[in-house]
Design a protein around this ligand. Sequence first.
Ligand code: S3P
Length: 175
Amino acid sequence: MKPQDESRPNIVLVGFMGTGKTSIGKRLAMQLRMHYVDTDDIIERDSGRRISDIFSEDGEETFRELESEAVRKASKLDNYVISTGGGVVLRESNMTELRRNGIIFCLTATPEEIYRRVRHQSHRPLLQTPDPLTKIKTMLEDRHAYYVKADYMVETTGRSFGEVMAYIKRVFKKC
Ligand code: S3P
């Protein structure tokens, strides 16, 4: 379906793994008749490799370079919901790019809720550890200062997709 207004800025979703960026992003794009893109998908498409293979074969730093390249591409778009990988916030330059033409929403959830959501998934290299819950807690603490740089924080624990989307849509309409 053709988007209604090509000049609208992007909705950018950042946040820790398992906070619902993909699920909420796709639904938002559909409801608002916007396009949808995920920076992890751009990386996989452009490199022809899976994220987990990039991590295991070339390491995290190479992945972060590819991620910044994907962010630069996504930031040039208009009228998109852009879902990002959980570590995109770690580079200030990524946030600057994304903010140029986007409102940045950070989805949050408690460590226990994140663990509940991701525990049966195996595609996230950073959570492939014997004690994922402890790793989630540590990473959330380490990244807290980066996530709060988003324009809006959106708690998802105990909230339905509909409630989270209603909040984002309300804020976005006023921007
Ligand atoms: C990462 C999150 C992942 C993916 C990569 C690294 C992170 O994306 O980019 O595994 O550093 O938090 P999701 O947040 O979509 O799982």
